[in-house]
Design a protein around this ligand. Structure first.
Ligand code: THU
Length: 128
């Protein structure tokens, strides 16, 4: 699966977003080490702090399937081009990357697909 296809899967996932409070829909698509893909959307709660981001929802699905390593994550929002993962999601992606330099973050920018390394978004990352 190429990066354009991953971004399209993230776009499809954003259609399931439950975001009545922010009205900001997000979809994510994780490509795992095995080549499987896992999608997720954000889902909110009237107790706002319980909101789950699309990226963490997709990663939960990967974990649930017994996988532990992420190769790439595509993120799409119909509300915002270039929708980057929030700080909490960057740390969660880092947890499941063998080496954060190899995780590609795929976004839709005005000039087409943009690919960043997680290490650009989360330099000097914390690990135990
Ligand atoms: N959101 C995500 O799903 N992923 C991010 O990385 C940024 C924020 C969601 C959370 C909330 O439902 C909405 O976007 C507005 O913050």
């Amino acid at each position: 699966m190429n990066y354009e296809e991953l971004l399209n899967k993230a776009k499809d996932a954003s259609k399931n977003s439950y975001s009545p409070y922010s009205k900001f829909a997000v979809g994510a698509c994780v490509l795992s080490e095995s080549g499987e893909i896992y999608t997720g959307c954000n889902f909110e709660n009237s107790s706002f702090g319980m909101t789950i981001c699309a990226e963490r929802n997709a990663i939960g699905s990967m974990i649930n399937n017994g996988e532990r390593k992420i190769k790439a994550v595509a993120i799409y929002s119909p509300n915002q081009k270039n929708c980057v993962p929030c700080g909490a999601c960057r740390q969660v992606i880092h947890e499941f990357s063998e080496n954060d330099n190899v995780v590609d973050i795929i976004l839709e920018s005005d000039s087409g697909i943009r690919v960043l390394k997680l290490s650009e978004l989360l330099p000097e990352s914390f690990s135990l």
